[in-house]
Design a protein around this ligand. Structure first.
Ligand code: SF4
Length: 135
């Protein structure tokens, strides 16, 4: 079973939306999975999307911790644990996102939460309505 950060498959979840290199990486992963159709994929819910929505300002791990990420990440981790316990895959491979404050396997962003411009979080425009065109 491949446990993977969902933004690696669908980079529209990244805090500032998808960029060319994200889309190229996602295509590469999708092609790789296409060559190995027997691999079960568990793309867990994006913790930052749950906590902050979209779009969201970039923030280091310590700021996310202050905003309540430990509780959200714990729920997401609990979901992953439960799926693994129920499905009992022969092997589990976890793929994180280098530099992510939330999903990094080893290297994450770090910063002083007291120096972070918290007001800029509130100022970030939210997409509250969207026009839907019918064909
Ligand atoms: S929180 Fe994880 S899944 Fe969500 S955008 Fe960041 S790295 Fe990707």
């Amino acid at each position: 079973m491949l446990v993977i950060a969902p933004c690696l498959l669908s980079p529209y979840l990244v805090y500032r939306g998808a960029k060319g290199k994200d889309l190229a990486a996602a295509r590469g992963i999708q092609e790789l999975l296409g060559r190995h159709p027997g691999v079960e994929v568990l793309a867990y819910p994006c913790p930052e999307f749950i906590l902050r929505g979209f779009p969201r300002a970039p923030a280091p791990r310590e700021v996310y911790e202050r905003l309540g990420m430990r509780e959200v990440a714990g729920r997401v981790a609990g979901f992953v644990e439960r799926v693994i316990a129920e499905e009992r895959p022969a092997r589990v491979v976890l793929v994180g996102v280098k530099g992510s404050p939330t999903c990094a396997a080893r290297v994450t962003t770090s910063g002083d939460p007291d120096a972070y411009p918290h007001r800029s979080l509130a100022a970030l425009p939210r997409r509250t309505e969207r026009k839907v065109q019918s064909s």
